[in-house]
Write a protein that binds this ligand. Structure first.
Ligand code: ATP
Ligand code: MG
Length: 769
C-alpha cells in the first residue's frame, strides 16, 4: 500500500482520497465542475500502478477527447514521481475500440487492416446506394440517411436489431438501406466511426470467450465525462466491467452537452442500479473558480428541471463578479474583448498581469470566431483556435480569396491555379498544362494564356466551354473593380458567378453548412474596408504576421471543445437569444434542447478561474441583413448579486451597478446594457420604448457600422429627465462633469476640463460617481 507521502495523494482532499483509495468494486464520482474529478481519476491510475494493484496494461481509462488523453498521460507521468514500465490503455472510446477491433476483425468478417471511412467517404457510399435503389436523392438525401444510421449505431442497433418502431425511417427504406450499407462496407473491408463501437459490442455479445478474456484482462476501468456516453459506449463498458466490477466513472449530469449526438445522461443516473453496491463519492469543494463565478454558474443551471442537484462551495477569495457588457454590434464586441485582453496582460483593476495562455474565448458557434480572429490579427494579438484551422486558413476561405485576388489582379497566376478547377470544371491536368504552355509561349499570364488557348481552339468540349465562362467572368470582375462599385456586392457576385457558393450548397457533407456560414462571414468582413484591394492587403499583412509564433496565445474555441478545460480568464461572447441559446433549441417544443443549451452555459462559466466576462451585441448581421437581437435569456438567469454590469468603453469610464442603472438610465441605455434586466417586465418596457424603436430604425437604416455608434445609443432624449443637481455626467464633447443646475431642457454642468457650460440634456449620459 503506498501510504502517506505518495506525491499524487498529498494534495487530495478526504473525499477525493476516498475515491482514489476505494479500489474494490464500482465507484461513481458524481460532482460539479472543477471539483477535481479528473484530478482524482488521474491519481487513481497512478495509485493502481504504484501499489502494484494492476499492471499498467490491465488498466483501461477512457477520456472524451484525444487532447484529454494526452494531458492525462502527462499528468500521470508527472504525479507518480517514480517510473513504472508501460502505460495503461488510455484514450477515447474510438481510439481504444480501433485497437481491439484490429485484433478481432475476422470475427465479424473484416480483415485486420480495415480502413476507417471519413464522413465524405461515408456519404459517397450512401449516395451510391440511394442511386442504385432508384430513390430520389433530392427528396431523400444521403446526408439524412447518414444521420439516421449514425443514430442507430449510437444506440448499438445492428440492421437486424433496429426496432420495429423505426420501420418508417427514410421512407420505410431505412433499415433495408442500413443493411446494404453494412454489407458494402464489409466488401470494402471498411468501417465508419460508429462501427468501431458497434462491432465491438457485437463481438462481446456474440463471442463469450472473447468477452471473458477482456473481462479478466481489464482489472480496472476508469471513465471520465461519463455523462456524455451514448448507449453503445455504455453497453460496451458494462459488458467489460462485469468481470472484476472495478469500474470507476466520473461525471456531472449538469455538464451533459452531447445529447444531440446520442449521449444519454440517464447512464450516469442508472449507475447504482447497474452496479449494485457502488460507492458513490460526492465532491463538493470546487478548486477552480471564485465564489462569484460559481454562484453565477449555479444560478443559471438552477433553472433546469430534473437535475440531481449538488452542493458546491469554494474556499477561494471572493474575487471579481462575473462581468456583463452589451455592445452595439459584433465587431465592437470583438474590439472590446481584444482591448480587454491587452489590459489584462498588463494587469488592470488591481489584478495581477495575466499571460495569454491563461485566457480563452468560448463561442457557441464556430462562425463567431471570425470577428475575433480578424481583430486579433489586426492588433497583433497571438491566438490559437482549438479544434479547427484558423479562419483565413480554411479551405473555403482560401478558395474565395483566390477569386477575389483574380478580380483585383488578373496576373495572379497562383490564385488562378488554385481555382481554375475549383469547383470542378472538367479542367484536369492535361487542360491545365495546355493553359500553362499557352501562357509561357506567349509570355503572358495564365488568364490570358487561357484566352489565347480558347481563341486558337486549343481546348474544346465541356472543359473548353467552362473555361470560357470562367475567363469571361474574370474579365467582368476586373472591369467592376476598375469602375470601383460596391465591393460587397461584387464579392457576392463573384462567389455566385464562379459557382463557388453553389458548389457548397450542393455538397451534402456535414461540413458544407459550416463552410457556407464561413463564406458569409468572409463577405461580412469586407464591410470594414473600402474596396477589395484594401481587404486583400489587410489579410495578406495579417497572415504574414500570423506565422506559428512561439510563445503565449489566447485560445479561441467552441463551448463544446472547452469541456474539462480551465483558464484564469474566460470571455463568453454572443449571449443573444437565437445564437445562444441557439434558434433551433428555442424552436423545439419541450425543454430538452433549451436545457442542453443551459448546461452549455454552465460549462462555459465554470471554465473560468478568476474572471468571467459575458457579452452580447444588440445588432448582428445575419445573411447580409442587420438584425437586432435580444440579450440571451440566460442573462436573465444570472443572479444579480454576482454580476457586475459594465458600460461600453470610454463612455462612462467605469462600471455601473444594476440598481444605479435602473434609477438613472434611459430605456435606451438599459437596452444597450440590457444586462440589469433581470426583471422581465422592465425588459419588455425597454424593447417597447420609443427610444429603442428609434435606435432600431437607425440601425436598420445603417451607415452605422462604426462602433462609436454605441454612444449615440445611450445618448437618447429619454435620459434627460433623470438628471438632477450633483449628478455626475459625461458629454461626448466636453467630457466628465457635475450637474450644477437644471432648467427645463437645459442643464448647467461644471465640466472637469471644459469649465461650466450650459448644455442640452440629450447630449449627456450618466457617469459613475
Ligand atoms: P470538470 O467538471 O470541469 O471536468 P473536474 O471536476 O474534472 O472539472 P479538475 O479539472 O480535476 O476538476 O480540477 C479542477 C482544478 O482544481 C484543477 O486545477 C485541479 O488541479 C484543482 N484541484 C482539484 N482538486 C484539488 C485539491 N484537492 N487541492 C488543490 N487543487 C485541486
Ligand atoms: Mg474533468
Amino acid at each position: 500500500m503506498a501510504g502517506q507521502g505518495a506525491p499524487y495523494l498529498d494534495d487530495l482532499n478526504p473525499a477525493q482520497r476516498l475515491a482514489v483509495e476505494t479500489l474494490d468494486g464500482p465507484v461513481l464520482m458524481l460532482a460539479g465542475a472543477g471539483t477535481g474529478k479528473t484530478k482524482a481519476l488521474t491519481a487513481r491510475i497512478a495509485h493502481l500502478m504504484t501499489t502494484g494493484r494492476a499492471r499498467p496494461n490491465e488498466i483501461l481509462a477512457v477520456t472524451f477527447t484525444n487532447k484529454a488523453a494526452r494531458e492525462m498521460r502527462d499528468r500521470i507521468g508527472r504525479s507518480m514521481g517514480q517510473t513504472v514500465e508501460g502505460m495503461p490503455w488510455l484514450g477515447t472510446f474510438h481510439a481504444i475500440c480501433v485497437k481491439l477491433l484490429r485484433r478481432h476483425a475476422e470475427l465479424i468478417g473484416l480483415k485486420s487492416n480495415f480502413t476507417i471511412l471519413d464522413t465524405d467517404d461515408q456519404l459517397r457510399l450512401m449516395k451510391q446506394l440511394i442511386l442504385a435503389e432508384n430513390i430520389d436523392e433530392k427528396r431523400w438525401p444521403p446526408r439524412m440517411l447518414a444521420g439516421i444510421i449514425d443514430n442507430w449505431k449510437n444506440r448499438a442497433w445492428t440492421p437486424a436489431s433496429v426496432p420495429a418502431a423505426e420501420a418508417g425511417a427514410f421512407n420505410n427504406r431505412g433499415t433495408e438501406l442500413y443493411d446494404y450499407y453494412q454489407q458494402r462496407l464489409k466488401t470494402l473491408n471498411a468501417v465508419d466511426f460508429g462501427d468501431l463501437l458497434l462491432h465491438m459490442v457485437t463481438i462481446f455479445q456474440t463471442q463469450p470467450d472473447v468477452l471473458a478474456q477482456y473481462q479478466r484482462w481489464f482489472k480496472y476501468i476508469l471513465v471520465d465525462e461519463y455523462q456524455d456516453t451514448n448507449v453503445a459506449q455504455y453497453l460496451w463498458l458494462r459488458l467489460l466491467a462485469q468481470g472484476h466490477r472495478n469500474i470507476c466513472c466520473v461525471g456531472d449530469d449538469d455538464q451533459s452537452i452531447y445529447g444531440w449526438r446520442g449521449a444519454e445522461v440517464g447512464n450516469i443516473l442508472r449507475f447504482e442500479k447497474d452496479f449494485p453496491g457502488a460507492h458513490v463519492v460526492r465532491l463538493e469543494q470546487n478548486y477552480r473558480s471564485t465564489p462569484h463565478i460559481l454562484a453565477a454558474a449555479s444560478g443559471v443551471i438552477d433553472a433546469n428541471q430534473g437535475r440531481l442537484g449538488k452542493t458546491l462551495w469554494t474556499a477561494e477569495q471572493e474575487g471579481e463578479k462575473v462581468r456583463l457588457i452589451g455592445h452595439w454590434d459584433g465587431d465592437e464586441e470583438a474590439r472590446w474583448i481584444g482591448d480587454e485582453i491587452e489590459a489584462l496582460q498588463k494587469g488592470t483593476r488591481g489584478l495581477d498581469p495575466l499571460g495569454l495562455d491563461g485566457m480563452a474565448i468560448l463561442v457557441r458557434a464556430s462562425h463567431q470566431m471570425r470577428a475575433f480572429e480578424d481583430r486579433f490579427l489586426t492588433i497583433g494579438l497571438p491566438y490559437r483556435v482549438i479544434g479547427g484551422p484558423r479562419f483565413y486558413e480554411r479551405m473555403e476561405i482560401r478558395d474565395a480569396m483566390a477569386y477575389f485576388r483574380l478580380a483585383v489582379s488578373p496576373d495572379d497566376d497562383l490564385a488562378f491555379e488554385r481555382i481554375v478547377n475549383t469547383p470542378k470544371r472538367g479542367l484536369g491536368d492535361k487542360a491545365q498544362q495546355a493553359i500553362q504552355r499557352a501562357a509561357r509561349d506567349n509570355g503572358t499570364t495564365l488568364v490570358d494564356g487561357a484566352r489565347i488557348l480558347l481563341a486558337d481552339k486549343g481546348l474544346g468540349g465541356k472543359g473548353g466551354a467552362e473555361l470560357r465562362v470562367l475567363v469571361d467572368a474574370i474579365g467582368r470582375w476586373n472591369d467592376a473593380v476598375r469602375r470601383g462599385g460596391n465591393h460587397i456586392e461584387l464579392a457576392e457576385t463573384i462567389l455566385e458567378e464562379s459557382g463557388y457558393t453553389a458548389h457548397w450548397q450542393n455538397d451534402k457533407t456535414p461540413e458544407a453548412p459550416g463552410r457556407l456560414e464561413n463564406l458569409k462571414e468572409l463577405v461580412k468582413a469586407l464591410e470594414s474596408f473600402e474596396n477589395l484591394q484594401g481587404f486583400l492587403e489587410h489579410v495578406a499583412l495579417i497572415m504574414d504576421n500570423a506565422g506559428e509564433a512561439e510563445g503565449e496565445k489566447v485560445s479561441v474555441m467552441t463551448l463544446h471543445a472547452a469541456k474539462g478545460l480551465e483558464f484564469p480568464a474566460v470571455f463568453l461572447p454572443g449571449w443573444e437569444d437565437g445564437l445562444f441559446p441557439s434558434q433551433r433549441s428555442m424552436d423545439e417544443s419541450g425543454l430538452k434542447g433549451l436545457e442542453e443549451e443551459r448546461r452549455l452555459a454552465y460549462v462555459g462559466i465554470t471554465r473560468a478561474e478568476t474572471l468571467a466576462t459575458i457579452s452580447f451585441a444588440a445588432n448582428r448581421r445575419v445573411y447580409g441583413q442587420w438584425q437586432s437581437s435580444l440579450p440571451s435569456r440566460f442573462i436573465d438567469e444570472l443572479p444579480a448579486d454576482h454580476v457586475e454590469v459594465l458600460t461600453p468603453p470610454g463612455l462612462y469610464g467605469g462600471g455601473y451597478g444594476a440598481a444605479g442603472m435602473a434609477a438613472s438610465a434611459s430605456p435606451a441605455i438599459m437596452a444597450v446594457q440590457a444586462s440589469d434586466l433581470h426583471d422581465k417586465a422592465s425588459r419588455a418596457d425597454v424593447y417597447n420604448s420609443p427610444g429603442w424603436k428609434r435606435l432600431q430604425a437607425r440601425s436598420s437604416a445603417r451607415g452605422m457600422s462604426q462602433p462609436r455608434e454605441s454612444r449615440h445609443m445611450v445618448i437618447d432624449a429619454d435620459a434627460v429627465s433623470s438628471f438632477t443637481t450633483d449628478d455626475r455626467v459625461f458629454h461626448t464633447k466636453f467630457g466628465y462633469g457635475t450637474v450644477t443646475a437644471v432648467e427645463g431642457d437645459k442643464l448647467e454642468v461644471a465640466f472637469e476640463k471644459a469649465g461650466t457650460k450650459k448644455v442640452v440634456g440629450k447630449f449627456l449620459v450618466a457617469a459613475e460617481q
